[in-house]
Design a binder for this molecule. Sequence first.
Ligand code: CP
Length: 303
Amino acid sequence: MRSVIDIKDLSTTELNELVAVAEDIIQNPDKYAHKCDRKKLATLFFEPSTRTRLSFEAAMYELGGHVLSMSDAGSSSAAKGESVADTAKTVSCYADIIAMRHPKEGAPLVAAMNASIPVINAGDGGHNHPTQTLADLLTIHREKARFDNLTIGLCGDLKFGRTVHSLISAMTRYSGIKFVLISPKELTVPSYVKKVIKEAGAECRETTDLLEAMPQLDILYMTRVQRERFFNEEDYLRLKDSYILTPEKLITAKKDLCIMHPLPRVNEISVKVDEDPRACYFKQVLNGKYMRMALILKLLEIK
Ligand code: CP
C-alpha cells in the first residue's frame, strides 16, 4: 500500500507513466468509466478548496467510484478535538483511499502513518501540494511536448506557495531546466527548496523584476500571495500586489510562452490576460482532474 505525501514519493518514471495514463484517459474516457466501481474516495479537507476537492471528487465519479466528502474541519469530529491519526484510522474503516488537505504541515503524513488505506496529500500548509504538480506536469507536457530544456519563471509568493515547492522538486529531475525565481525579498523560496535546486545542479537565479525576466521565459508560473500564512496583516497588505500580470507586461514575452497559475487568483493576473492564447491556467484546472484519475488508479493498483 502506497501513499503520496510529497512529489518525491513518485519516481520520474512514475511521473511520466501518470502523464501517459492521463493522456489515454483524455482520448478514451469510456475505457475508464468503471475502473473504480464499488470503490470509495474520502476527501478530508480541513482547509478551503474549490479545485482540488472537486477535481478529486469528479475524478472518482468519472472512474465509476463513490465519494465520502468532508469539506471543512468544523463539520468533523476534529472540531471536538479528534486527532489526525484517529481520523485516519476511522476513515480507513469506510473508504478505500483518502485525499487530505490540512493547514498543518505534515498532517497528511501523520494520516498516512496511521491509515490502512492510501493517503494523498491534497496540500499541507505552506509545504507541499503534489497533485497540483501533477496537474502542472500534464499542462507542461500538453503545451510544450517536453519536460527538458525549459526556462521556468516562478513569480509571487515563493515562500508560502506550496505548489511552487512541489513543482521545483519535480522539474529539477529533468535536464536543461533553468529557474528564474521572481519575488519580493521577503517571499523568496525557503532554504530547503534552494538546496533541492542546488543538489540537482539546475541553473537558478533570483530577481525582484518580472519585466526583466519576461523575454527569457518558456513558462511563467504566477502565484497568489498567501494571506492565510502571514503572521501580520500589515505585511500582507504591503506585499499582496507586488506582481500583477497585464497584457502590456507580456509585450516582450515569447510567442509560445505558457502562462500558468495554480489558482485561486486574486489580483496577480488581470482578467484581460485570460483572452491571451498563452493563458493556460484553466487548462491546468481540467488537467488536474485527469492526473488525479491516473493517481487514484495507480494507488488502488487498478490497471
Ligand atoms: N490549486 C488549488 O489547490 O486550488 P484550491 O485551493 O481551490 O483547491
